[in-house]
Design a protein around this ligand. Structure first.
Ligand SMILES: Cc1ncc(C[n+]2csc(CCOP(=O)(O)OP(=O)(O)O)c2C)c(N)n1
Ligand SMILES: [Mg+2]
Length: 442
């Protein structure tokens, strides 16, 4: 631009030079952590809105927070879903099983049994309580951190481990990154590494469900960092325009690998508040409170099923561990964050609630922990018989050219033949034991 004096790029008159704000996280490695700046509303404070209300009426719920469990471990307020103790114990056990599974698979990666793993430690309530509040045949479009939903739906752990180890029993034949499950028969859409693609896909699936006159709704998850992707906004627009029966979840765990939530907009507003701008109902939820997650999901599911429209749920939580096994969070954030996180640990909060009800105790908790660890160990051992990374027993090499086309096109057939020839020239013994070529999946 040329200014009035004809000079390029010079300040005009006495206007201040323009400047940008570059977000910076409050705490870096070694810093003491104080979360007193964080405004966490008390449990039970937020009114419960009618499930059929206008989207804009939910504005207070997008700035406040659905919270049920209070500091004394009681369930309080209008969002208490009033679950019976047996259901609470099942939710608790599923969260504990998810954590035990994560711990064992993390160790498996360190032992070289797989190349990659991602834990959801600290976020178990988000996926597990969400799954319990849905119908079993509602369709889930997850991100990579909702293994708790598969586990809540009783997907066999051994199948999960087979996929993680990319072994000969891996249903996905080693074609997906470890942990990127796909389970059509469990209403669990194929996980994609391309962030946020699942959001518009969920909306499209839910639109199709409505077009067919079906009663199943869809639900999808993105991280708060991924909400900066264009796909998030495309999904929100389609969901609002067609009053789509879908639940759109943003898991705000404060971090997107090494970028903090400020880079996705957290310094300006809540993620839930974006909903109202689109004409979508919004709820911000204490993501470490299983009862709050259950209640918010149930509210959104009832609303969607009654054709009252989509809901955006922000699950406010904390990523207690590294982003993945490839990450080292001590390089960019203070280790004290996890200890100081004001919303506590979701497993312990639900356990203490059950103890306060007289429906649980420390001995039963310890026994449960032993049981879930044994269950995971048995599944991992069974899967190891089908092979682990680098020790043979994977799907044969040539299968990577199969299953896409009913008949392999001539150009791919040529490529396949060439690849197999080159492989045989490079590794003449490649059909011997331990190379995977003898696997049962051949
Ligand atoms: C389109 C795209 N951009 C970047 C990446 C690399 N990437 C993978 S996970 C991730 C962080 C995502 O953070 P968030 O959405 O907050 O989810 P979280 O991992 O915290 O659950 C990034 C940048 C990717 N996989 N896809
Ligand atoms: Mg995140």
């Amino acid at each position: 631009m040329v200014d009035q004096t004809g000079r390029i790029g010079m300040p005009r008159g006495n206007l201040p030079p323009l400047e940008l704000h570059v977000p910076e996280p409050r705490f870096r490695p070694g810093d003491p952590v104080d979360y007193s700046w964080l405004d966490i509303p008390g449990a039970g404070e937020l009114p419960r809105f009618d499930e059929a209300c206008e989207a804009r009426e939910t504005m207070p719920a997008t700035l406040g927070m659905v919270r049920v469990l209070d500091d004394k471990h009681r369930a309080v307020g209008p969002w208490d879903p009033r679950l019976d103790p047996e259901t609470l114990r099942r939710i608790l056990r599923t969260m504990a099983l998810t954590r035990a599974f994560d711990d064992r698979m993390y160790r498996g990666q360190r032992q070289g049994k797989t190349s990659f793993y991602m834990k959801c430690t600290g976020e178990e309530a988000v996926s597990v309580a969400h799954a319990y509040a849905l119908a079993g045949d509602d369709m889930v479009f997850p991100s990579y951190r909702q293994q708790g939903i598969l586990i809540a739906r009783d997907y066999p752990l051994v199948e999960m481990v087979n996929q993680i180890y990319s072994n000969r029993a891996d249903r996905l034949k080693g074609r997906q990154l470890p942990i990127m499950y796909s389970a059509r028969d469990y209403g669990f859409f194929t996980i994609s590494g391309n962030l946020a693609t699942q959001f518009p896909q969920a909306v499209g699936w839910a639109m199709a469900s409505a077009i067919k006159g079906d009663t199943r709704i869809a639900t999808s998850f993105v991280g708060e960092g991924s909400s900066a992707e264009g796909d998030f906004h495309a999904a929100m627009t389609f969901a609002a325009v067609y009053n789509t029966p879908v639940i759109l979840n943003v898991v705000n765990n404060q971090w997107a690998i090494s970028s903090f939530s400020g880079f996705a907009g957290a310094e300006r507003s809540t993620f839930a508040a974006r909903a109202v701008g689109y004409g979508i109902a919004g709820l911000r939820v204490d993501g470490n409170d299983a009862l709050a997650v259950y209640a918010a999901t149930q509210w959104a599911a009832n609303r969607a099923r009654a054709n009252k429209g989509p809901t955006l749920i922000e699950h406010f939580t904390y990523r207690a561990e590294g982003h993945s096994t490839s990450d080292d969070p001590s390089a960019y954030r203070s280790a004290h964050e996890r200890e100081e996180w004001p919303l506590g640990d979701p497993v312990m909060r639900l356990a203490r609630h059950l103890i306060a009800l007289g429906e649980w105790d420390d001995e039963r908790h310890a026994a449960m922990d032993r049981q879930v660890a044994e269950e995971v160990k048995a599944a991992a051992k069974a899967a190891e018989k089908n092979g682990v990374l680098g020790h043979g027993f994977h799907h044969p090499f040539h299968t990577m050219f199969e299953d896409v086309f009913e008949e392999l096109p001539w150009n791919l057939r040529e490529q396949a033949e060439q690849a197999i020839r080159e492989r045989e020239a490079k590794w003449p013994d490649a059909r011997g034991p331990g190379t995977g070529e003898e696997g049962e999946g051949a």
